[in-house]
Structures are given as C-alpha cells and as structure tokens.
Design a protein around this ligand. Structure first.
Ligand code: ADP
Length: 283
C-alpha cells in the first residue's frame, strides 16, 4: 500500500505560434486540459505500476475539482482523503510556442490549504508501506506526514521538487531521497542525511547510494525519447511500488518506467504490464 500526500493541479495549456509579450494578445491554436501536480502524477504512476494507492490532498470547490477527483479514481486511486476546500483548485497556466519555448504560472490554490493533517490522513499514512512526498504543498505538512510515517512502519520517500530549502527536520525522517541531478546539486551535502539516495540521470539512467555507502549505477534503456515531461514522476512511482524487492531491483524497474514515459507525449506513466514487457526487451 502506498499513500501520497501532495499536490494536484489542472494544467491548462495553450499553444500559440509565438508567446505574447507583456500587454500583447496573441491567437492560440489549441487548448489542452490535463491533470497535473507532482503528487497526483506520482500517485497515478504508482497506481499504473501496480500499487494500491491512496491520495491525501485538496481540491477547490470550482469546476475543475470533480474532474481532478475523477482523474485519480480512473486509475483506481482511493480518494477518500482528498478533501474539498473553498476556493480555486491548483492550476498551472501554460503557454507553449512553436519553438517549444514555454511560460508557466502555477497557482497553488487548494494545495496551499493543506496546512494540517486529519485523523483519517494520519491513519492512511500509518497504514501504508510507503509514503510518497514532494514539496508542492506547505512544508510543515510534509514534515508532519513524514513524522506520522515514522511512528508507523512506513518507508518515507521524498522527491524534493520543486527545489526549495528542505529543513533538516524533514531530511532526518526520510528513508529514500529521490532527486534529479539539479535537485541533488541544490541540496549539496544535505543528501548524505538520507539512508538511501536515488539520483536520476536522464538518458544515463539512475544511481543508488545505500546506508552502507555502496553506490550502484543502473543504465537507462535506450529509447526514442519524444517528451521527457513526467519521466521523473513515472520513475518515482515505479520505484515506490518495486521498493519491496530491494533498492537496486527497484531502480532497475524504475528506469524502465521513466524511459517508457519519455516515448509518449505529455504525462503518460506506463502500466505494470508495459514495464514487464519492456524490461524483458531491454534485458
Ligand atoms: P527529471 O525528469 O525529473 O528531470 P530525469 O531527466 O533524470 O528526471 O529522468 C528521470 C528518469 O527518466 C531517468 O532516470 C530515466 O529512467 C528516464 N529517462 C529520462 N530521459 C530519458 C531518455 N532520454 N532515455 C531514456 N530514459 C530516460
């Protein structure tokens, strides 16, 4: 069982030949709505990779909220601990031009209202094998969730994204830190506080450093990458599900999950069957 405590957004993306300058209006050619937010994306990735997933988070009471809730349920995620708060859901307003240059405005909305955990949330954390955390909700809530996990026997995964200061109090209760190379650099020596550090290396795969200090590099399968959006989230979801098989086995599976996500447009985490199939091909 995996519990995710994190963000959920509606991504509203407009395509336009060229991005508007301040004060300018341009015609768009396409509008795409899609569920986003690192918490929701990692929850979906874990569910597709075969996990039994619960989501602790918040949506607003606007028109996006029912769609966001349904998008989690469509992947079999338990949303009993997804609360509805007055006001707007989290929204990312994205513009993309023909040169693939973009602008993004993220309005945290309901994600920012997640300032404390209820009894049901704590029960969902304590009853899980794995707790998956990111930094798109208030940091004190992330710390409280990690501490609740420690009181149970729940393994705490933290993907410290977006990059922002991480309190030592949080790093000290993390079991597995999952970082890309820029997050690794931003944290510096602080990564050493975590018993396990998994660093994703893009097309080069990933690296695991365990409590014994042993470092294992796992190459990524060679694929035709067309869109790396969501690769890190697909990696993290697959890693969390496979962790029970041991860290290195889990990283081997996660690199396949991450690589498959890059072969599809948008946020598209693979299923367990797709990962199984690809893992055989790449073996
Ligand atoms: P992020 O997207 O968070 O910056 P990375 O770029 O390190 O993270 O990618 C995460 C994982 O996705 C990698 O560890 C790898 O498994 C997979 N991946 C990303 N880019 C490629 C690629 N070009 N080819 C194969 N696998 C990739």
């Amino acid at each position: 069982r995996i519990t995710v405590v994190g963000s959920i957004n509606m991504d509203v993306s407009a395509r336009t030949p060229s991005l508007p300058a301040p004060g300018e209006t341009v015609a768009g050619t396409e509008l795409v709505l899609g569920r986003g937010g690192k918490g929701a994306n990692q929850a979906v990735a874990a569910a597709r990779a075969g996990g039994d997933v619960r989501f602790v988070g918040a949506v607003g009471d606007d028109a996006f909220a029912p769609e966001l809730r349904a998008s989690l349920q469509a992947d079999g995620i338990d949303t009993d601990t997804l609360r509805t708060t007055p006001g707007a859901s989290g929204v990312a307003v994205v513009t993309v031009d023909d040169a693939a240059e973009n602008t993004i405005v993220v309005v945290a909305g309901a994600n920012d209202s997640l300032s404390e955990l209820g009894a049901d949330d704590v029960a969902a954390i304590e009853g899980a094998d794995v707790l998956l955390l990111q930094l798109e909700i208030p940091v004190p809530t992330v710390v409280a969730a990690a501490e609740a996990a420690r009181r149970g026997a729940t393994t705490v995964f933290l993907n410290p994204s977006p990059v922002r200061p991480v309190p030592d109090a949080l790093l000290d209760v993390v079991d597995v830190l999952v970082v890309n190379e820029s997050e690794h650099r931003a944290l510096g020596d602080a990564v050493e506080r975590a018993p396990h550090v998994v660093t994703t290396l893009g097309a080069r795969g990933a690296r695991h450093r365990g409590p014994d200090g042993v470092v294992t590099e796992v190459p990524a399968p060679r694929v035709q990458a067309i869109d790396t959006t969501g690769a890190g989230d697909a990696f993290t979801g697959a890693l969390a599900v496979a962790w029970r098989d041991g860290p290195v086995a889990a990283v081997r599976r996660a690199v396949v999950g991450g690589a498959l996500a890059t072969t599809r447009a948008g946020i598209a985490a693979p299923t367990a069957a797709e990962i199984d199939h690809a893992a055989q091909d790449f073996a």
